[in-house]
Every structure is written in C-alpha cells, then in structure tokens.
Design a protein around this ligand. Sequence first.
Ligand code: HPA
Length: 273
Amino acid sequence: MSELAQKVKETVNFLRENGAFDVELALILGSGLGKVAEVAKIKAEFPYTKIPHFPVSTVKGHEGKLLFGELSGKKIAIMKGRFHFYEGYTLKEVVYPLRVLFKMGMKTLIVTNAAGGTNPYFEAGDIMLILDHINLLPDNPLRGKNEEEFGPRFPSMAKAYTPELIQLARKSAEESGIHLKEGVYVALQGPSLETPAEYNFVRLIGGDAVGMSTVPEVIAASHMGVKVVGFSIITNALRKSQTEGATHEEVVEIANKAGEKLSTIILRLIEKL
Ligand code: HPA
C-alpha cells in the first residue's frame, strides 16, 4: 500500500470510529457559503484540526469542519471550508480530504466558491455554473508518482464537469426561478487579488470568473472517476474590480447574500441525483 493510501486508511478508520458513515455525495462550501449546511441533518461533525492527517485551515470566514449528514434523503459529507494553495499547502495536501471521501464511497462532488467576475456581463451576486476550468496554479495535485489506487497517470479532463450534472444544474436553477450564468473558472494562486491587467488577462484567455480554489479538487475528483458539478458566486463585477478593486470583506458579504440562491439550486439538484 502506498504511503498516501495508508494515511487515508487511518483517517477513514478514525472517522468511522467516531460516528461518520459512508456517503454517496460530497459538497464543498466556499467563503460565506456556510448556510447551505444549515438545511442538512448533521449526524457527525469533525473540526479539521481533530482529523488525523488533515491539513489545518487558516482563513478567516472558513470554519474548517467536515460534516456527515443527510440531505434530501441522501447521505452526504460537507466540507465547510477548504484548503488553499496560498495557505502554503501543496495541492496534494489540498485534495487530501477528497481522497478520504472517495474511500468512503463518494461518487458525486458538488463544489462551490466565491469568484471575481471577468465576464463583463456578470454582476456581483450572480451565480455561475462552471462549465470548464483553466489551471494557472503553479502545481497539480497529481504531480509526482501516480497513486494507482485512486486513478490513472494521465486522466482526461475533457468532461471534468460532468455533462449530465450540468444539465441537472440548469434544470434545478430554472425550476427555482434563478437565472444561472455559465462559464470558465480560472484558478490563480493568490492570495493577492488581481491587478486590473490580470483581470483583463483572465478574460483574454477565456475566463469568465477568477478565484483561488476549486481546480485542485476537481482534478482529483476527476482522477478518481467522481462526477463533478461546480458553482461560483460572482462576488465582484469586472469593472469595479478593475477600478476600485475588490476587498475580502465585500467577497464574504456578497457570498453570504447570494448563498441563499445557490442553496436553493443545490437542494433541488440533490433531489434529482
Ligand atoms: N479574485 C480572486 N479570487 C476571488 C475574487 C477575485 O476577484 N473574488 C472572490 N474570490
């Protein structure tokens, strides 16, 4: 067994011994999106700091807890807060929780984040369904020896965002009366926010939104054959980001507000899975 597989096994054993159970579904909640977890019936809760081999989250506004519960009759794991490259972790460390959840049965992953809009038609508070991504982080979670237990050396990313789930997400938004934007998410390392020229650059290369997360988790999930659907809350519109600049406080405030819209879509989506 590889060192990673051994560690994962120890983490899984710890979680199971302390009230966690296998799940079909996992949800990662980004900045200000904690509310989505409130509707789930939580059966077990683990601060990241208490979980063996987990990295420790350091960002304000990210609570850092792994929850196990039920939502719309489905067994679900919820990551309230996540790990980021800018905190100093390697991307292997960032995706460690997903390796664990995979061994606990995860077949589908719902990812969310807060992002800056680079599509000039996007407004603050919009929700964007992620159709694809561009990885501009200076790392890849699959770098180094391939972990055969989890997936192949050169996994395809052609359908990293699962087409059936994209369809279900569109339908869920429509039924909820919520207009969903769609586009490409670009991950930059941060933690500094983008300069006006960098926002422009993201737009020029085909990005509709920019952020500092999600891409590592989606690569790892895809590597493991897990189906993925992703949403960005657009917390700052392009023109304002390029003139006045975005602030972290504003990002959290808008994510909190738009979080309700996104929760509605996600709940409906989960019912359809
Ligand atoms: N840039 C990067 N990350 C972000 C932004 C942004 O403008 N807004 C929210 N997360």
